[in-house]
Design a protein around this ligand. Structure first.
Ligand code: SAM
Length: 292
């Protein structure tokens, strides 16, 4: 099978199988070998690695992953792509295709069964409509993943990288930075995909921290607080949390806070009581979560 990362080879496969692109699955296939090669390089995969690819499509990047990694697990939700993948990847003995929704699979179990519980690397051109749930789900699953090299919408990549005081700073920035070091490694024009997406794209590499950069007593509580703060980001933190923060503790009790609680905690931290969540660092959210 020839490489698929060209417009002609991709069109040939599409025609052969009468494949219909499904917008609801965010299907924009890569047609530029140069970009695929760059993604493979940035992902730093070796023959020692077990790679998880989310959404292999017709197998364009999977071919390169199979040639550069020890093993590839490709998770694809669209059942119409499965017979195509059987054809386009038939020469590769080290690829396993799983026909599932990535949001429903147990990545920890896959790591256990396929890689003896050792860390795997994620490399993917993600479906943009579920970028955040995929990335957060992978981090929160506690699955052993040492890095993720993922194509996402350009604005989302920027949101992952920024710090307090910028308009893009939000819950995604804080969550990603708690788990990993994000770095935009490549900008990709729409012309590199078939069909062309209506948005710009970027590849971001998330290198997992060995230890989180801040210490917090209760991660879940801190993230509930971060979500409440950014759900009402124009409000002061004290107002946003007293209205919108609710956390269910291990005993099933509902924990909420009053405006005064938040103001007292901020005062103890030496932070102005009228501050908005968008001005707080990850370390400050951790401190506040521990105090409340
Ligand atoms: N990797 C291919 C490429 O680069 O040409 C395709 C990338 S395309 C942007 C996203 C892929 O993710 C599609 O194949 C789509 O069917 C698949 N996908 C969408 N939702 C999914 C889900 N919930 N679970 C697994 N795969 C999904």
């Amino acid at each position: 099978m020839a490489y698929l990362a060209t417009p002609t080879a991709t069109m040939e496969v599409i025609r052969k199988y009468h494949f219909m692109f499904q917008k609801k699955y965010g299907q924009n296939f890569l047609i530029d070998a140069n970009i695929v090669n760059k993604i493979i390089k940035c992902s730093e995969i070796t023959k020692e690695d077990c790679v998880v690819e989310i959404g292999p499509g017709i197998g364009t990047m999977t071919q390169y992953l199979a040639e550069n990694a020890g093993q590839v697990i490709a998770i694809e939700v669209d059942k119409n792509l499965i017979p195509i993948l059987e054809d386009t990847l038939k020469e590769y003995r080290n690829v396993t295709v799983i026909n599932e929704d990535v949001l429903k699979v147990d990545i920890r179990q896959i790591a256990q069964e396929q890689n003896g519980g050792k860390p795997m690397k994620v490399v993917a051109n993600l479906p943009y409509y579920i970028t955040t749930p995929i990335i957060m789900g992978l981090f929160e699953s506690g699955a052993p993943l040492s890095s993720m090299t993922v194509m996402v919408q350009k604005e989302v990549a920027q949101r992952m990288q920024v710090g307090p005081g910028t308009k893009d700073y939000g819950a995604l920035s804080l969550a990603v930075q708690y788990y990993a070091h994000p770095q935009i490694v490549l900008n990709v024009p729409a012309a590199c995909f078939m069909p062309k997406p209506g948005v710009g794209s970027a590849v971001v590499r998330l290198q997992r921290h060995e230890k989180p950069p801040v210490i917090v007593q209760n991660e879940k509580k801190m993230f509930a607080m971060i979500h409440a703060a950014f759900n009402q980001r124009r409000k002061t933190l004290a107002n946003a949390l007293s209205n919108g923060f609710e956390y269910h503790d291990e005993d099933g009790n509902i924990v909420s806070v009053s405006r005064q609680d938040v103001c007292h905690a901020l005062e103890k931290m030496g932070v102005n009581g009228s501050i908005r969540g968008e001005a707080l660092t990850l370390g400050e959210f951790a401190g506040l979560s521990d105090l409340l």
